[in-house]
Design a binder for this molecule. Structure first.
Ligand SMILES: [Zn+2]
Length: 298
């Protein structure tokens, strides 16, 4: 029996160091019922309020460090403003490779940006990567920031496989797919809102705003794993692509017309998931997906 304890990741983040360099998610194999009881006790004893307060303190500390060092700290969490500023700096440093594409605005009228990595050519086959559709999964945003810098650096230093990949394909990387939720998870005065997952749109229940954007796609909408209750963490929204953030991404991909791959980064657990999630059938390219996914060392 395996238990995946996200709690340890958070504990590590706040107790070990001020940055999350080297922190780990621990996968624990419980052999006996008594082990499970111990783990349950451990989880019960976590003071979430204290943990979140300490994480907030670390954020402030990192922001101070950044302004003193005038650099970008890849081992820290950053707010939306800092991430958007990082994107501008990256574009300015690599103008021949990277551009910033605005694909629309959010429910609360924030801009939605993707970084386009391209060596030229019109509508080349393209790869889409996004992160942070679930607002609270801050490490997915941080991972996307790092990926952006890594693509730029590897291209500049001619390090395989990035140059050959970019000679054939464009990469679009959206670091913050749910800007409203992300900002809310940073600024809400209620500590528990650090764990906000959804968007911030008004729903049919005035007490329960927000839609789980990852349940709002026009793909098996309203199928298993999605809720029709606006108060649910996995509320799917009133109809497929009812949410402007999802519609913006879907419209961009559809109008481009030459995307070959769509990847999305989440946090929690160490899984590489591929189609189909909604039933037991294999995708047409199942053997290749298995081969690729099992060759990755997580
Ligand atoms: Zn997620």
């Amino acid at each position: 029996m395996r238990l995946y304890l996200g709690v340890f990741a958070l504990l590590a983040t706040v107790h070990c160091e001020e940055l999350f360099n080297g922190d780990q998610v621990l996968r624990i194999q419980a052999e006996y019922e008594s082990h499970i009881e111990v783990l349950k006790e451990l989880e019960k004893n976590v003071d979430w309020g204290e943990l979140l307060d300490r994480e907030r303190g670390v954020m402030l500390h990192n922001a101070e460090m950044k302004s003193r060092a005038k650099g970008f700290n890849f081992a820290a969490y950053h707010n939306l403003e800092a991430i958007y500023s990082f994107m501008d700096t990256l574009v300015a440093s690599h103008p021949d490779l990277i551009s910033k594409v605005k694909i629309g605005s959010t429910y609360e009228n924030r801009s939605m940006f993707a970084l386009k990595f391209s060596t030229g050519g019109e509508k080349k086959p393209a790869i889409w990567i996004d992160a942070g559709i679930h607002a609270r999964e801050w490490v997915s945003h941080a991972s996307a920031v790092w990926i952006a810098d890594r693509i730029a650096t590897d291209f500049k230093e001619n390090r395989a496989p990035v140059p050959s990949l970019l000679s054939k394909m464009d990469i679009f990387l959206m670091i913050v797919a749910n800007p409203d939720g992300y900002v809310f998870s940073h600024i809400s005065p209620r500590p528990f809102h650090r764990l906000w997952r959804k968007s911030r749109s008004v729903t049919s229940n005035p007490n329960c705003p927000g839609v789980d954007l990852n349940r709002n796609w026009d793909a098996e909408f309203s199928g298993p794993g999605a809720s029709d209750d606006p108060c649910g963490e996995d509320y799917r929204g009133p109809s497929a692509q009812s949410e402007i953030e999802v519609k913006n991404i879907a419209d961009f991909i559809t109008s481009h017309g030459n995307f070959k791959s769509f990847m999305t980064l989440h946090a929690y657990s160490q899984l590489l998931m591929y189609p189909y999630a909604y039933n037991g059938s294999n995708a047409p390219d199942q053997p290749e997906l298995v081969k690729k996914s099992t060759s990755i060392n997580l």
